[in-house]
Design a protein around this ligand. Structure first.
Ligand SMILES: Nc1ncnc2c1ncn2[C@@H]1O[C@H](COP(=O)(O)OP(=O)(O)OP(=O)(O)O)[C@@H](O)[C@H]1O
Length: 617
């Protein structure tokens, strides 16, 4: 893959290739002018429909500029804004897509034998509308923009959607039954549902347990039922994260799914046997999706996404380029037999793709998010202004030539997404990700389990991950107080005051200083002896209290502050322990009669290692 030669060294060429935007070459079509049937003005043939749609207003500049261009006279709009002000005028329809018309502006008319002082410059203009559309597109997450809309671009899950896969035929025949898609994050559950939406004749409705309440879902089911009754039109309801509805909430879907008039596609990352109502489960087929891999074509998925992002950067870079740079860009593509796709592909090193696959752990979204952050990082270098004319070491001649150049093209040319850049981007996204949603809970859970397992190194690592990602230290300290009683308990009662002191230390000195207080406490607790006796016993007590009869307090344990109470026998028979030589050994019942001799402490179950090497309760 050739790169652009430096604008300084390259003479703008006379080729007529304009820079391709959005993947197709946008050379201005040869325009013949025709009279408008309404206003009579001369309008480019390809533009007549837009002109009529816009009630024959504001199009004169276009017609004029084109007419000047075709007649070979020197004439152009004074500024780029002149063109932009004819908002929408530069739009034309091509195969159903809006493309930006590339208005050719010539300081001197192009000649096939351009000399050093005859420059043919092709300059791309975007209408304001296009710019807004492009900006809106750019603001969407890359993973969303790269989401395939057909099975052809969907990777992996061959068992389901590959040739002969069970789901493939059902999708193509539009006979998808109610299903639950079960698989880890970012493997294509939502994507698959949306592909079904694209292919089915049924109405498709997408809902999610995080965005819709159970009442919304019930209403959607009711609406779907009515639609079917009135028009026989089926509805497919896609319910993302179905496991977040409780099993009793899931009961609501049951009658609708049962009648078969509504197709439910549920998606879940949790094992449906535990998280989906069994009655619903028996009416849906569970389809399992696997993590994505290189074998599945993750590299192709990443390349598709990378193309989209690099084209964004290229578009933005074009807006900052000088005429000379644009001409260089145009001529580079014209002179070399390389397509824009090849050029874009070469901007992402194979090493970067390998790292993206390795680090994403089979999660397509994570791979594309990291890719996006990586390319975004490079774009700040490519598009920044600081090096525009910034090298003070350059001699005067250089500086004069530099005015032909914004430097953007050179920086764009040099930029490549490498494995190192991917690792840095992953680090950044991951640490940001750590603070949010499930990952926040996953990390505290990993910390808690490492302490419980006595692995001080792992516990310190998870603590570090939380703190570096900006976790609130008091949140961690509160959890340590809980661990001190839950996991260490009576085996080392010093853990509780240490945890409480750690909480106070965090309150007193805050971050970053309190990190070492937390580390001290975490390491101590990981190494401390453990006992869940109290924790387990108290769990049994709570269960007993909630499930069993509220037995009265035995009469001998009752307080007798008044004479009447004494006469009623309160406190009778109570043995005051200190009066006895071995006080606590006094034979006296403290539990109510219904729970006599009930044991809570010392009852925590313990696994034993069998002769076959298996642990059993
Ligand atoms: N099998 C796939 N083929 C192509 N692209 C994929 C695939 N799986 C995921 N992607 C990419 O990752 C993004 C996220 O995928 P999707 O939303 O389908 O994941 P999901 O399994 O529904 O995840 P979650 O459970 O987190 O919602 C998609 O927008 C797409 O860009």
């Amino acid at each position: 893959m050739n790169s652009f030669s430096s604008p300084k060294a390259k003479r703008p060429a006379t080729g007529s290739n304009a820079l391709q935007r959005q993947g197709s070459s946008l050379t201005q079509p040869a325009s013949s002018l025709v009279p408008c049937p309404i206003c009579g003005k001369s309008i480019a043939e390809w533009f007549v429909n837009n002109h009529l749609d816009n009630e024959c207003t504001g199009m004169e500049n276009v017609a004029e500029s084109l007419s000047q261009q075709t007649s070979g006279k020197r004439k152009h709009a004074d500024t780029v804004d002149d063109f932009e002000d004819i908002d929408g005028a530069a739009l034309f329809q091509d195969n159903g897509e809006n493309y930006m018309a590339d208005m050719n502006r010539h300081d001197s008319y192009p000649s096939s034998s351009a000399t050093s002082n005859q420059q043919h410059q092709q300059i791309s203009f975007q209408s304001r509308k296009d710019k807004v559309n492009a900006a809106v597109q750019r603001s969407m997450p890359l993973a969303e923009r790269a989401r395939p809309v057909s099975l052809d671009d969907f990777i992996g899950q061959k068992e389901l959607v590959g040739p002969g896969g069970i789901l493939r035929a059902l999708v193509l025949q539009d006979t998808v039954p109610s299903i639950i898609l079960w698989g880890p994050c970012g493997v294509g559950k939502t994507t698959l549902a949306r592909i079904i939406a694209h292919t089915t004749k049924a109405q498709f409705k997408e809902m999610g347990a995080t965005t819709h309440g159970v009442a919304d879902v019930r209403k959607a089911f009711e609406d779907a039922k009515n639609l079917f009754q009135f028009s026989r039109q089926r509805t497919i309801i896609f319910l993302d994260e179905i496991h977040r509805f409780t099993k009793s909430q899931q009961d609501i879907f049951l009658p609708f799914v049962e009648r078969g008039t509504i197709t439910l596609i549920g998606a879940t990352t949790e094992n449906p046997s535990f998280r989906v109502n069994s009655a619903l489960l028996s009416r849906c087929r569970v389809l399992t999706l696997e993590k994505l891999s290189l074998k599945d074509g993750m590299d192709k998925m990443i390349r598709r996404a990378a193309r989209i992002k690099w084209r964004d950067i290229l578009d933005m870079a074009c807006e900052q380029m000088t005429d000379t740079e644009l001409a260089t860009l145009n001529s580079t593509f014209g002179q070399n037999d390389q397509t824009l796709d090849e050029w874009v592909d070469a901007k992402t090193n194979p090493g970067a793709i390998k790292w993206l696959i390795d680090l994403s752990d089979g999660d397509g979204r994570s791979a594309i998010n990291t890719l996006e952050i990586g390319i975004q990082g490079l774009s700040t270098i490519i598009l920044s202004d600081d090096s525009m004319y910034g090298n003070n070491q350059k001699d005067e001649e250089d500086q004069a030539e530099d005015k032909q150049s914004s430097g953007v093209l050179e920086r764009l040319d040099a930029a490549k997404l490498t494995g190192e850049a991917v690792k840095a981007a992953f680090q950044k996204t991951h640490l940001q990700y750590d603070r949010q949603g499930d990952e926040h809970y996953n990390l505290i859970s990993a910390l808690h389990k490492s302490v419980r397992g006595g692995d001080a190194d792992a516990a310190l690592y998870w603590l570090g991950r939380m703190l570096v990602s900006g976790e609130e230290p008091l949140y961690i300290a509160r959890r340590l107080i809980r661990m001190a009683s839950e996991d260490i308990g009576m085996a080392d009662s010093a853990a509780l005051p240490l945890a409480v002191s750690t909480y106070q230390a965090c309150q007193m000195i805050g971050m970053p200083e309190c990190d070492v207080n937390l580390a001290h406490c975490v390491a101590y607790m990981a190494k401390a002896k453990k006992s869940v006796d109290v924790y387990y016993a108290y769990g049994q007590v709570k269960q007993t209290v909630s499930e069993e009869f509220a037995y009265p307090v035995p009469i001998h344990l009752r307080n007798a502050p008044t004479t009447l109470m004494k006469e009623m026998g309160y406190g009778d028979g109570y043995k005051y322990n200190p009066l006895y030589p071995e006080g606590t050994k006094v034979n006296q019942e403290y539990l109510p009669r219904g729970l006599k001799k009930r044991k809570f402490m010392g009852e925590a179950p313990v696994m034993t290692l069998g002769e076959d090497g298996e642990w059993r309760l």
